[in-house]
Write a protein that binds this ligand. Structure first.
Ligand code: GLN
Length: 513
């Protein structure tokens, strides 16, 4: 098997046995990026030189018998919304196209400290708003299983690069499904941890009460390794949970006895593709054969989850994105041209004697904000800012935002009730498999419905994982979602590993020409 086909866990074994060097491993993935990424488009930037330098440093320490970190010279790709010191971090937006952060996000720092080799930054929906990566202002990403299909989103590049063997590990973020959905669409393993498990310091915020960073990999074992490297309390993020982080890589292999699995009635209703349903039900039988007991549970408020999410997330986004005005942060319009245009407008009003027009004219400052934002932000981001500004405005705040917060509480209570009966909730990650590029771009609502089974976990703050559980007749991967009570990532990973020991869906790779 070639190096790029190996899991991170297997690469680590070879690295520590001295059978291969980190420079060789890194070069193998760089070569694959060189040949496959022309078709897939997973990366926005590749940091070849610094990756090889980092790899050489790990190799020399290993050779000298000095300590080497948990990730021991294995490459990791990073979604391009985590700050990387000295290296452009774009959020796939024209607004931040030239932004070079002066510091590392905590997760990036931890990966460096664990000797993960930072190989590049991956494409995504602009500011993580979307479910197909089509909202990227900086490039197109294709699904490695069918280049005419989307990879999912917003962490589409992070999922596609693992599926196409361009990196063994990647970092994604999940605000409403953006790790799990692309993992499902690309046939890889993606874990959204409990809110607070991983520090958000240095993550460019979309919706701060929902955003969470997590690992994407081929296997649960590899996801456990990366989660162990990045999780833990961080004084720089006051919402990071002040609890000890388990050694996920040590516990992932322990099978769970007497596992109680709940199937959410509401996840098997309208809108679910019949092939996806049949495949997921087969996967549940695998758990049964491994000794798990299966019962039905209900999340009665799940039907309000999409509506609730699409009020709360845009509300927070409208506030978080106010800083991109060309002064505090981001793209600034051409000021000279803008001043000339304002002067021309003024002259025209004066000549026509339009008093009202003159009175309502922008000041140059307001025009600069307005124009910078108009040029720097894409249509979906603007839609969210407008939605959020509306739902937070006086007179509508109570009816929308406050109401949504109350429903959010009910959604969380549904989970608390369900988890009294079962250890894990299992169901489909998405209602269907990856769709054709362009199929949903003109219909935002149908795009939002992709998140039907994923947004609740973010609203409730619980963890969830998507693992490959089969393929459609058209050859597209199908994802199985497992959700667990707060801070039960060990269980999620163990249960996923059990499934992956009993099946081989996760070992399949797309054939790229
Ligand atoms: N698809 C969802 C959205 O567009 C989720 C995005 C995410 O998790 N970042 O908001």
């Amino acid at each position: 098997m070639s190096l790029i086909q190996l899991t991170a866990t297997d690469l680590l074994k070879k690295l520590s046995a001295g059978e291969v060097t980190s420079v060789e491993v890194t070069q193998a993935f760089l070569d694959q990026i060189e040949s496959a990424d022309k078709q897939v488009g997973a990366f926005l930037s590749v940091t070849k030189d610094s990756a090889l330098e980092q790899a050489a440093d790990v190799d020399s320490r290993r050779k000298a018998g000095k300590p080497v970190g948990l990730l021991g010279g294995v490459p990791v790709a990073i979604k391009d919304l985590l700050c990387t010191k000295g290296q452009v971090t774009t959020c796939a937006s024209k607004m931040l196209e030239n932004f070079i952060p002066p510091y590392d996000a905590t997760v990036v720092r931890k990966i460096r400290e664990a000797d993960g080799v930072l190989i590049g930054k991956t494409n995504m929906d602009e500011f993580a708003m979307g479910g197909s990566t089509e909202n990227s202002a900086l490039g197109k990403t294709s699904n490695p299983w069918n280049l005419d299909c989307v990879p999912g989103g917003s962490s589409g590049g992070a999922a596609a690069c693992v599926a196409a063997s361009m990196a063994p590990l990647s970092i994604g973020t999940d605000t409403g499904g953006s790790i799990r959905q692309p993992a499902g669409f690309c046939g890889v393993t993606g874990l959204k941890p409990t809110y607070g498990r991983v520090s958000r310091f240095g993550l460019i915020a979309f919706a701060s009460s929902l955003d969470q960073i997590g690992p994407m990999a081929r296997t649960a074992e590899d996801a456990a390794l990366l989660l162990e490297a990045i999780s833990g309390h961080d004084p720089m993020d006051s919402t990071s949970a002040n609890v000890a982080s388990p050694q996920f890589s040590q516990t992932v292999g322990k099978p769970l006895e007497g596992l109680r699995i709940g199937l959410v009635k509401e996840h098997f209703g309208d809108g679910l593709d019949s092939e996806v349903e049949a495949t997921v039900r087969e996967a549940v039988k695998v758990y049964q054969s491994l000794g798990a007991t299966i019962s039905d549970v209900s999340l009665p408020h799940n039907k309000y989850a999409i509506a609730t999410y699409y009020i709360i997330a845009p509300s927070e986004a409208s506030s978080n994105l106010a800083r991109y005005d060309g002064v505090h942060y981001g793209h600034r319009c051409d000021e000279k041209q803008m001043i000339e245009q304002l002067a021309a407008e003024k002259k025209a009003f004066e000549e026509s004697g339009d008093e009202e027009g003159l009175r309502n004219m922008d000041t140059s400052l307001v025009r600069m904000y307005r124009q910078s934002r108009a040029e720097g932000l894409g249509p979906e981001v603007k839609r969210r800012i407008m939605l959020g500004t509306y739902t937070l405005s006086a007179g509508y705040y109570d009816a929308y935002y406050l109401k949504a917060l109350k429903v959010r509480r009910l959604i969380r209570q549904d989970y608390d009730t369900a988890f009294k009966e079962v250890d894990l909730i299992v169901g489909p990650t998405t209602p269907s498999t990856a769709f054709k590029t362009g199929a949903k771009t003109d219909d935002p609502l149908s795009m939002y419905l992709e998140d039907l089974y994923t947004v609740s976990a973010n609203l409730a703050g619980v963890g969830g994982i998507s693992i490959p559980c089969g393929f459609s007749t058209t050859g597209m991967p199908i994802g199985l979602q497992l959700q667990a009570p707060p801070l039960a990532e060990e269980k999620l990973l163990q249960a996923s590993h059990m499934f992956q020991q009993a099946t081989d869906w996760h070992t399949r790779r797309p054939e790229l020409s």
